[in-house]
Design a protein around this ligand. Structure first.
Ligand code: CMP
Length: 138
């Protein structure tokens, strides 16, 4: 059975011009792209997306970072998508990420960490809905 997950190529990786390299790693890992776009998140959009982190000390920094430049949300599908994609991107802190993972290759630190990944099947559907309308998805 195939599942969904949401990837976001974050502003640091877009600025580094590595969208293509990241998308290639994702598709080579067997994910199907159901939707992809480049957008500049508004403050309200970023605040809503990271609502679960509202009480965290890094919340304001996170919202500021995610609105600092364009991002590339990608709706993905694959068997066991959430876990497989998280394996592909590596740990939140690139210093702790395994060799060959997207964060090890492209992330600078815990805050500017190149990519986002959903943490559950349920949140994946909510997060995909945050960025994509039905007509923008396969
Ligand atoms: P992500 O897992 O995509 O979603 C939550 C984000 O919060 C995480 O990526 C990081 O970008 C950010 N984050 C987590 N911990 C910290 C931290 N200690 N300082 C700054 N940002 C953080």
């Amino acid at each position: 059975m195939s599942n969904k997950t949401l990837a976001i190529i974050k502003p640091d990786a877009v600025k580094k011009n590595v969208i293509g390299q990241i998308v290639t790693k994702i598709t080579e890992a067997g994910f199907k792209i159901n939707g992809i776009k480049q957008v500049r998140m508004s403050k309200a959009s970023a605040e809503a997306f990271y609502e679960v982190h509202k009480e965290r000390p890094f919340y304001n920094e996170l919202v500021e970072f995610m609105t600092s430049g364009p991002v590339v949300p990608i709706a993905l599908e694959r068997e066991n998508a959430v876990a497989e994609y998280r394996k592909l991107i590596g740990a939140t802190d690139p210093a702790q990420a395994d060799e060959g993972t997207i964060r090890k290759l492209f992330a600078a630190n815990k805050a500017e960490n190149a990519v986002h990944g959903s943490d559950s099947d349920e949140n994946a559907l909510i997060e995909i809905g945050h960025f994509f309308s039905k007509s923008e998805l396969i």
